[in-house]
Write a protein that binds this ligand. Structure first.
Ligand SMILES: [Zn+2]
Length: 139
């Protein structure tokens, strides 16, 4: 069976939540590079995160499910400034502190912060910290 990547994740928790959601709809995926990323979070940025792989024939449906999940999550977390849902998770390369923080993290602790990601509001330009991954709903 042919598999295609439909998303990438910085951490295995978010990746597992997404994969678990797909399994509810009988789409069986698997995570590529999971071990690499979990052992070495710094590498996560280098190799593009943990990739969620699904059967090619189910990819379109899987993307739709994840998009819906993302929209539901967004709806619960509108822009705190203007209430808009026109928000997107973006990395913030313009913040020069990113690489410095990764390098400093190497020396201070074995766990380095991944490249910073922020929520950006396209209506008012407000930027704010993203929430934790959506908790799995019981049952
Ligand atoms: Zn806003």
């Amino acid at each position: 069976m042919q598999f295609v990547p439909i998303g990438s994740y910085d951490n295995y928790i978010a990746a597992h939540i997404a994969m678990g959601r797909l399994e509810e709809d009988n789409i069986t995926g698997w995570l590529k590079d999971e071990n690499t990323v979990t052992i070495d979070p710094i590498l996560s940025n280098a190799i593009g995160g943990i990739k969620l792989m699904v059967p090619a024939i189910q990819a379109e449906r899987a993307v739709g499910i994840l998009r819906k999940l993302e929209n539901e999550h967004k709806a619960l977390h509108p822009c705190p400034k203007c209430g808009s849902l026109n928000i997107e998770l973006v990395s913030s390369p313009h913040k020069t502190s990113n690489w410095a923080r990764v390098i400093i993290g190497l020396f201070i602790t074995s766990y380095a912060m991944p490249v910073e990601k922020i929520m950006h509001c396209f209506d008012c330009g407000h930027e704010f910290a993203p929430d934790k991954p959506v908790p799995e709903s019981p049952g």
